[in-house]
Design a protein around this ligand. Structure first.
Ligand code: FIX
Ligand code: ZN
Length: 410
């Protein structure tokens, strides 16, 4: 039986005022540490693969594509330029001659501002001097701190020459904040990796033993179909999914990319296509004992993905990927997921390639997630149920790390 004192105490914990509720949600969302479930970041030991600083930030492929829309320069001349010259052209074009209104450009402003650097500078001198003065190991700690990221999942391609060598060397002293993920694009999307089924399974077993990945992952084209009469289907059935099952590893599917739509743009040349969510449903149905994480690149696939996740509890939607990582779309997708899935999804991943991108990608994502969450608690309030601060903390913790933690341990 609940005594009147207990129920009064409980009532006092309830956030029944709109402004108090919203302030609390913002506070929890902004301070909660997050596990970033998909990035292209690397720790110090990976040397040239560990990207940071203003020149890397400005030559990010998102900004290359935007620069080549506004700068009067042929693509081949752009690529002939050195990285520092390209960074200067990007700055001049998108930040001096134009207002940096796009999400990727605003991201640079957020990063500069976080370090107290001039966001309206005429050139890159101050920013370069600042980043050059940083000791990388401390800088990594600082960035993780500002972004409140407790761990990031890398994208590890063992079939890549440079990376393969690093994994094989004894120099690799694992920074526990960087978790590995075994990326299988080369195996599943190209015919560059060959061998018998036994050889390929053996090779995956060896890489899993060496890397200790938290999942295996692949990006898939918009025309990905399952089942299909093709090599990818056979590799999935005979090599990848049995390996996932045997090692208890989730499989991450990133679906809807159209690679090389404009090869003149090099790594900025990929596009998007509406994909077939029923193929992922069939995978989940046929392999009920494998956990799948899935993200789709096309906005048009988002609602179908939520519905598929309602049908298959071995399917975890995650992130607003790449061209979807814009405030208006993050807001829309997060609300849709809250409405259809409650707290059983992973709202965002950064996809950061350059260290400091963690700062802006998470700051901007937190703003949209907080607003969507506050609105859904307000709806609950108007229906007759207030939440407590503890419940908000529990929910955000689940969204920011709990769901992923459960997924990789199940
Ligand atoms: O396939 C992927 O993991 C993509 O995220 C990348 O290839 C893409 O270039 C990217 O960085 C998007 O954010
Ligand atoms: Zn990625």
């Amino acid at each position: 039986m609940v005594t009147s004192t207990e129920s009064r105490t409980k009532f006092a914990d309830l956030l029944t005022h709109r402004s108090e509720l919203r302030a609390r949600v913002e506070n929890v969302v902004n301070s909660m540490a997050v596990t970033d479930v998909h990035t292209h970041l690397f720790p110090l030991e990976f040397n040239e693969l560990c990207l940071y600083g203003i020149d890397e930030l400005l030559t990010y492929h998102y900004l290359t594509a935007e620069t080549l829309r506004s700068a009067r320069i042929p693509h081949d001349r752009f690529w002939q330029m050195s990285k520092t010259d390209r960074a200067e052209l990007v700055w001049q074009t998108l930040f001096v001659e134009n207002s940096p209104a796009s999400e990727a450009a605003r991201g640079i402003v957020t990063v500069l501002d976080a370090f107290g650097l001039d966001t309206r500078a005429e050139n890159l001198a101050e920013a370069r001097a600042f980043f050059n003065s940083r000791r990388l190991s401390e800088h990594i700690d600082h960035v993780f701190d500002i972004a409140r990221v407790s761990g990031v999942v890398m994208t590890n391609d063992p079939f890549d020459e440079t990376e393969g060598q690093i994994w094989k060397s004894d120099d690799f002293g694992a920074d526990p904040r960087f978790k590995s993920a075994l990326r299988l694009d080369r195996l599943l999307n190209t015919n560059l990796v060959t061998g018998t089924i036994t050889d390929l399974r053996h090779s995956l077993d060896e890489w899993i033993a060496r890397m200790n990945p938290v999942y295996m992952g692949v990006s898939l084209p918009a025309d990905f179909r399952f089942p299909a009469d093709n090599t990818r289907d056979r590799l999935l059935r005979d090599v990848v999914l049995p390996t996932a099952k045997e090692h208890g590893l989730p499989m991450t599917l990133m679906v809807g990319v159209r690679r090389g739509v404009n090869p003149l743009l090099r790594e900025a040349g990929d596009g998007v296509g509406r994909a077939d969510v029923t193929s992922v449903e069939r995978l989940c149905g046929e392999y009920q004992d494998v956990n799948f994480l899935a993200t789709f690149l096309s906005r048009e696939n988002q609602h179908e993905l939520c519905v598929a996740a309602r049908k298959f509890n071995n399917l975890m939607p995650f992130g607003c990927w790449w061209f979807l990582n814009n405030p208006s779309i993050v807001s829309e997708i997060t609300r849709e997921r809250l409405e259809l899935l409650g707290m059983s999804f992973i709202p965002q991943h950064s996809d950061a390639r350059v260290l400091e991108q963690l700062i802006y990608k998470w700051k901007h994502a937190r703003e949209e997630i907080a607003a969507a969450l506050a609105d859904s608690y307000e709806l609950l309030l108007s229906s007759g149920r207030a939440v407590t601060a503890e419940e908000i903390t529990r929910d955000v913790n689940r969204l920011f790390s709990g769901n992923f933690g459960d997924w990789i341990q199940r």
